[in-house]
Ligand binder design. Sequence first.
Ligand SMILES: Nc1nc2c(c(=O)[nH]1)N[C@H]1C(S)=C(S)[C@@H](COP(=O)(O)OP(=O)(O)OC[C@H]3O[C@@H](n4cnc5c(=O)[nH]c(N)nc54)[C@H](O)[C@@H]3O)O[C@H]1N2
Ligand SMILES: Nc1nc2c(c(=O)[nH]1)N[C@H]1C(S)=C(S)[C@@H](COP(=O)(O)OP(=O)(O)OC[C@H]3O[C@@H](n4cnc5c(=O)[nH]c(N)nc54)[C@H](O)[C@@H]3O)O[C@H]1N2
Ligand code: SF4
Ligand SMILES: [Mo]
Length: 745
Amino acid sequence: MAVAPTSTTAMVCGFCSVGCSLDVIGKDGQAVSLTPTKDYPVNLGMACPKGWEALTPLKAPDRATTPLLRAGRDGPLEPVDWPTALEAMTTRFKAVQATYGPDAAAFISTGQIASEEMALLGAVAKFGMGMVHGDGNTRQCMATAVVAYKESFGFDAPPYTYADLEESDVIVLWGANPCIAHPILWERILRNVHHPEIVVVDPRVTETAAAATQHYPLLPKSDLTLLYGLAHLLIAWGAVDKEFIDRSTQGYEAFEAHVEAFTPERVSAATGLPPDALELMADTIASGKRVSFWWTMGVNQSHEGVRVAQAIIDLALLTGNIGRPGTGANSITGQCNAMGSRLWSNTTNLFGGRSFADAGDRADVAAILGIDPARIPDRPSWAYDQIVEGIRDGKIRALWVVATNSAHSWIHQNDMVELLGRLDVLVVQDLYPTTETAQLADIVLPAAGWGEKEGTFINSERRYGRIRRVVRAPGQALADFSIFKLVADAWGCGHLFDEWSSPEAVFGILQRLSASRPCDITGIEGYGELEAAGGIQWPCLPAAGTRVLRTTPAAAGGGPSPAGPALAPPAAAGGSPTPAGATLSQGARQQERRLYEDGRFFHADGRARFVWEEPRPVAEPTSAEYPFILLTGRGSSSQWHTQTRTSKSAILRTLYPEKPYVEISPADAAALGVSADEWVLVRSARGEMEARAYVTPTVAAGQVFVPMHYASTNRLTRPSFDPYSRQPSYKSAAVAVRRLTESRR
Ligand SMILES: Nc1nc2c(c(=O)[nH]1)N[C@H]1C(S)=C(S)[C@@H](COP(=O)(O)OP(=O)(O)OC[C@H]3O[C@@H](n4cnc5c(=O)[nH]c(N)nc54)[C@H](O)[C@@H]3O)O[C@H]1N2
Ligand SMILES: Nc1nc2c(c(=O)[nH]1)N[C@H]1C(S)=C(S)[C@@H](COP(=O)(O)OP(=O)(O)OC[C@H]3O[C@@H](n4cnc5c(=O)[nH]c(N)nc54)[C@H](O)[C@@H]3O)O[C@H]1N2
Ligand code: SF4
Ligand SMILES: [Mo]
């Protein structure tokens, strides 16, 4: 009897940005199981529950297997063939553009498809279909870090490599809960043999805070004051690296003058932390030889997130904790390919961190792609919230939503759902027609998922890794790549993308677009080398190459981004790319690499900038009617966002509460007469949700926490945004809590 052949294919996980590699075992053309890759430099043989269960969501009974078209305005979604769906989509989008102008059609992209796919989407939508406005769910997530890095370092280039977690003697986790959100990064911290101090700054006693050596439960959104207070103490003690500051930074004197006013008394009052706690924290940073700062959504999702992120960067610059092993001001990304979206989605930035507003950049890209420069929009896209406001104003009439579930995840959900309903046409491209957003669509395009298609993801440490097709997508579902090609053909602009014939061909185009940019990957010898090398971090030049890297000396990131009062003017305004300070020469093949080792940054003068601003109050303080501060975020390592994928696994479902719950302190529960597990109503000025009371001392009195994974959570959140990054402030709203009577349930 013949033995059926088995095969093992390594690929990067499709959930979080850690970017673990998984070996998928195939038999008879089916993926039968998986196991974490032993020798991959990221996960070293480990995976979290989502990784282990990554194949299960592909087999869910509610997979989209055909395109769907809504019958009439309010009829049901009905199966149609691809030509019918594409014809309906392109005809309606063209009709909207003919009546209201090309700007009236927009798209929302994602950090969860391959780089090659998001690049093709950005190119087809903007250069082929004439759209100007397209943003992504990465706005909800990474926009703050992008703007912070651009202004401070001259390019959106996080410094670190994961090995830094193992090299530090002090690890500061700011507004980050890796035990839940990046479990394998936490495992990497546990491998650190230097007995590091692990400092957690989070209002809640998270799983990570409980495991840390120091926890600072600051009052929500008092981060900026705390960071300036730490700088104040470090400067007062002389615990600063003057040599590094003089050589590699700009703006120190003015920063020193700014933090003068942040005395321990003031900082203690604003943060709720006693003065001796501030001293301990500052002393821990001062005493560390290799201090690394890591931040995530507790920072990015704030009304002043950009300045908080930059204050973290300021601390690293002040103490010279950058460019050396175990150091860095390190933003951890969220989605599997959030970093790919930052470089290649062609939404906020023109390809490769360029600027749409820069004529030189447009000419560059047009020449590389062999297209007419007039096809490239000469202004930046609206940010996600501005597209949403555009729907309200009737300026956006057609929307194409790809691999994101806006009707669940966007802030102030009742409003969002109402606005999506106003569109002339909503197209949703997803694995499942059952998502909250797909249910509102006029047209659903059935997409293949992770494991069913080819391409690359870029993880948090700038590492390109491969995703592979090991399973056939069900029914007529197609890889997003193929869908974008079909849409281009149906639109009549397919000829512009002849060279974009396969994901690997597009990878070659991205390499050309990256040449001489800080994100240069011209040294990678195609997919084959990525697979053989265990992923490769950008930048990656041809062996022994040296290049002067160019950046666009334009204002930062998304939307109107006025430079803060303290931000030094760009060294060269407008015009074409100028040589930046940084040069790069390297053997490309080390497995772990960090940036800024020569103390030179991407601004034209090679210096990083100290950036700061006076702290501002939150948009919605608590009141007599809404006395609690609402915090939201990740609830468990087994739940992914809006749960379209993780809820399909019976194993994962056993690892988290099925019903929505709200964490509330014992003191508040007692005052409200609420007992454990009882149903309560959580209400804000915008909406309400029912949830079980989880009475726990992990939240402070006056605060409540609700995971984002439940569909009703964002009914409560308030649409306020960081002015520079336009990232939503998901972690601050005022709510009321009360017991629910039995009749209500
Ligand atoms: N299991 C799982 N893992 C995930 C995801 C998932 O859905 N599920 N999503 C991925 C994505 S896209 C992302 S972006 C990351 C997010 O990863 P994290 O940012 O680590 O997760 P969050 O729970 O959103 O927020 C982190 C912490 O911020 C704290 N916080 C709230 N307000 C403040 C504040 O004012 N100051 C400070 N210092 N902290 C505050 C919260 O209490 C919370 O513990 O996770 C990724 N990993
Ligand atoms: N209250 C609150 N809200 C939040 C947050 C918070 O902390 N608090 N966090 C915010 C953050 S950081 C993020 S990143 C967002 C995430 O918000 P979303 O992006 O809306 O969340 P997901 O559930 O990951 O949605 C991804 C969708 O893409 C589909 N999908 C998966 N793979 C593919 C694919 O290969 N192709 C296609 N076409 N579709 C695919 C999935 O089925 C799913 O419907 O939520 C934000 N919302
Ligand atoms: S830590 Fe992230 S990348 Fe690794 S297995 Fe879990 S979800 Fe996947
Ligand atoms: Mo995210």
